[in-house]
Design a binder for this molecule. Structure first.
Ligand code: DGL
Length: 293
C-alpha cells in the first residue's frame, strides 16, 4: 500500500531546523549545530521583544514558547525544533512534546551529569537564570545527582540582559563593565574556585547566553576551573534524532534558500551585530518579525 509519510520523507528532509531563544544566547547552540550539521538549513528566532525570559513567570515563557513553535511550524515548515534556551526548556518542553508529538524536539538543560564526569573536588558550581533555578524540572535534575557531588547553584539576575546589551552596535552604557561586576558578585557568592580540595573545580553554564562570557569567566576564575556548556551535546542529539527519523539533509539543491535565516521580534541591529560577531553572518541574513507572532 502507498505510504504517504514515507513518500513525503525526502521532501521533508529539505525543510529547515528551527532554533529559538529569548535573544542571542541560542546563537551559541546554533554555532554548534551548524558545525555538526553543515548540510542543514536553519531558521533562528530571537524573541528579543520578550526577553529576558529568566526573570518572567513560567506561564509567560511557556506561552511564548508555544507561540514560537506554532509560528516556526506554520510559517517556516520546520522539520525539527531546538529549544536553545534552558529557561524555556524548563518551563515548556513537556507541554511542547504533548502539543507536537510528531515534531523532532530537542531542549537544553544545565549539564550537571557531564560535570560529574569532570570534577575531581566533587564541588560543582551551576549558574543559570532565576527561572531555570526555580523550576521543577531543574529541582528534579538536581535531586538525581545530588548524592554524587556538592552542587553550588547561583541564579544570575541581569546577566543575560547585560550580555544582550554588550553586543548592541552602540551600547548605551558600559555593558561590559556591568558583565564584569555581575560575574564577580555571583562567583564570589558561590565560594572559592580552583583545583584544591574543597574548591569548586567545575562550573556549569546553565544559560545559553553565558557561553559568550566564557572568556571573562576564565579570566576571573583562572585556568584550572572547567567550564561546561551544552551546545555540542545538543547538536549531537539533534543529529541522532534526525538520523533516526530519516530526516537528515543529504545536500542542498541548486538555488536553495540561504542556509541561515535569523529572525528577531526585537531590535534588528542588535541581532545583526551578534550574528556578525559570533557567526560571521552578513546583515542580510537577519530580519525583523512582528513581536506579536
Ligand atoms: N538563554 C536563556 C537560557 O538559556 C535565557 C536568558 C533569558 O532570557 O533570561 O536560559
Amino acid at each position: 500500500m502507498f505510504n504517504r509519510v514515507t513518500a513525503l520523507q525526502p521532501l521533508k528532509a529539505l525543510c529547515p531546523i528551527g532554533v529559538f531563544d529569548s535573544g542571542i544566547g541560542g546563537l551559541s547552540v546554533l554555532r554548534a549545530l551548524q558545525k555538526e550539521l553543515p548540510q542543514e538549513r536553519f531558521v533562528y528566532l530571537a524573541d528579543n521583544a520578550h526577553a529576558p525570559y529568566g526573570e518572567k513567570s513560567e506561564d509567560f515563557v511557556s506561552q511564548r514558547t508555544h507561540a514560537i513553535a506554532h509560528y516556526l511550524q506554520t510559517q517556516h515548515q520546520i522539520k525539527a525544533l531546538v529549544v536553545a534556551c534552558n529557561t524555556a526548556t524548563a518551563a515548556a518542553i513537556q507541554g511542547l512534546r504533548a502539543a507536537y508529538p510528531t515534531l523532532a524536539l530537542v531542549g537544553v538543560e544545565p549539564a550537571l551529569k557531564p560535570a560529574l564526569a569532570l570534577s575531581s573536588t566533587r564541588r560543582i558550581g551551576v549558574i543559570a537564570t532565576r527561572g531555570t533555578v526555580a523550576s521543577v524540572k531543574f529541582s528534579r535534575l538536581l535531586a538525581s545527582v545530588k548524592d554524587e557531588a556538592h552542587f553550588v547553584v547561583q541564579a544570575c539576575n541581569g546577566l543575560a540582559l547585560a550580555i544582550e546589551q554588550s553586543t548592541l552596535p552602540d551600547p548605551s552604557h558600559d555593558a561590559q563593565a556591568q558583565i564584569t561586576r555581575l560575574l564577580q558578585t555571583y562567583t564570589q557568592a558561590m565560594g572559592h574556585f580552583g583545583s584544591a580540595p574543597g574548591d569548586i573545580d567545575t562550573l556549569v553554564l546553565g544559560c545559553t547566553h553565558y557561553v559568550f562570557v566564557e572568556h571573562d569567566l576564565r579570566t576571573l576564575l583562572g585556568p584550572d576551573v572547567q567550564l561546561v556548556s551544552t551546545g555540542e551535546p545538543v547538536a549531537r542529539q539533534t543529529h541522532r534524532l534526525l538520523a533516526a527519523a530519516s530526516l537528515l539533509n543529504a545536500a542542498q539543491p541548486e538555488g536553495a534558500e540561504p542556509a541561515m535565516r535569523l529572525l528577531t521580534t526585537g531590535d534588528l541591529k542588535g541581532l545583526q551585530a551578534a550574528a556578525q560577531r559570533w557567526l560571521g553572518l552578513p546583515e542580510e541574513a537577519c530580519e525583523a518579525v512582528p513581536a506579536s507572532l
